[in-house]
Ligand binder design. Structure first.
Ligand SMILES: NC(=O)c1ccc[n+]([C@@H]2O[C@H](COP(=O)([O-])OP(=O)(O)OC[C@H]3O[C@@H](n4cnc5c(N)ncnc54)[C@H](OP(=O)(O)O)[C@@H]3O)[C@@H](O)[C@H]2O)c1
Length: 347
């Protein structure tokens, strides 16, 4: 699994080839992602060269590979929006980052390679109290969950919140955060194994708070739990017919935060017409991260690191694969019912 951090000396790397993943055509990730050797560029002014240690595989990595944003994705590309590495070399004018510093290089793809040369301003230092595995999963889901809850869910039992795909990595974080904030939570899973995952990861959650959409009668039980008024907030990572149904059941003036498309189906186009009273919010971490200044991002990341270390935003890791095995890693990621994230080891 995760090996101890001992970054290679920058001189060793100079002019030598390293390995990276590369996508030359759109398609299913496990079929189109390749590996190749290349000579990483030296950092120019304001840049750093980061020797990557570990990167995570997230749904958001697979979407551009599949060609969903083909018009704004130029090929070839190196995927990976989340990973941790160690600064190996700094370009002119870089202050506050020295070789040996562990960082998350954010703001662009390219985590699935052994060396990422990137803007120093986008590198967030990682505190020593996080392991490499924790750091490799400390950005996308923890920050998204934290931002969505802070912005859209008032704390306390007066707010009933439905979380769908509750056994996904971010679903588990949301359920823990909401439960801790005293909200009345309903966690929806799609198979009985999800129920078991929730019971082991969030044992403090009442059993009746977890509903499986494969069971007949889950809608009746949802009504029983939320009352005739309906729920106040939905945090929806599924979209399609489930997202639409949960929107229809919202209390008057309720809020639906739509942040994922796990069903592969969008929410119905006429949702706003069907429920004009409801607050429909499309949340994309990327938009928030690129809208705030670096200082705000650094502060928010510090909050996310704390939540990871406290366990509220912890991520289970199902397996760590070496970079040359990336296709096997991507097959493992696509398997139903996997028990945690797949990571790529980049040493
Ligand atoms: N908008 C943003 O900025 C943002 C940020 C972070 C995450 N997200 C989104 O949040 C979602 C979850 O991300 P993650 O990293 O937590 O994923 P993940 O845990 O790595 O994988 C998703 C899990 O959800 C389950 N799932 C798949 N299809 C489902 C469906 N139709 N209904 C219910 N569950 C389903 C699968 O588990 P089983 O096979 O066991 O059911 C799968 O393991 C993704 O859509 C992602 O894009 C969005």
């Amino acid at each position: 699994m995760c090996r101890s951090a001992s970054p290679p000396c920058s001189r060793e790397r100079e002019d030598s080839t390293v390995l990276r993943t590369i996508v030359r055509r759109f398609g299913r990730a496990a079929e189109v992602v390749e590996t190749e050797e290349y000579v990483p560029p030296a950092p120019t002014a304001g840049q750093v060269r980061v020797g990557m240690l570990l990167a995570s595989v997230n749904p958001s990595d697979l979407v551009p590979i599949a060609g969903a944003y083909a018009s704004r994705t130029s090929l070839p590309m190196v995927p990976g929006f989340e990973g941790v590495g160690v600064v190996e070399q700094v370009g002119a004018g870089v202050v506050g980052l020295a070789p040996g510093r562990r960082v998350l290089p954010l703001g662009s793809a390219g985590a699935w390679q052994q060396v990422k040369t990137t803007d120093a301003a986008w590198c967030v230092p990682v505190p020593d109290w996080l392991t490499d595995e924790q750091a490799a999963c400390a950005y996308i889901n923890p920050l998204t969950a934290h931002r969505m809850v802070q912005a859209h869910v008032p704390p306390g039992e007066g707010t009933t919140v439905v979380v769908d795909a509750a056994a996904s990595a971010i679903g588990l974080m949301l359920v823990r955060m909401l439960n801790q904030a005293g909200n009345r939570v309903v966690a929806l899973v799609r198979h009985p194994r999800g129920r078991e995952q929730l019971a082991s990861v969030v044992p403090e959650l009442e059993q009746e708070a977890v509903l499986c959409t494969a069971d007949a009668g889950w809608r009746t039980r949802l009504r029983e739990r939320t009352g005739p008024r309906g729920h106040d907030v939905v945090l929806d990572a599924v979209g399609g017919s489930l997202g639409a149904e949960l929107a229809a059941l919202l209390a008057p003036q309720g809020t639906l935060v739509h942040y994922g498309l796990l069903s592969g189906e969008p929410l119905p186009a006429d949702l706003r017409t069907r429920r004009p009273d409801v607050n429909l919010i499309l949340f994309r971490l990327r938009d928030w991260v690129h809208a705030v200044d670096r200082e705000q991002l650094g502060l928010a990341m510090h909050g996310a690191f704390r939540l990871v270390a406290d366990g509220v935003a912890a991520t289970a890791v199902a397996a760590v694969h070496d970079l040359p095995d990336v296709r096997r890693a991507l097959e493992a990621d696509a398997a139903r019912g996997r028990a945690g994230k797949i990571l790529l080891s980049l040493r």
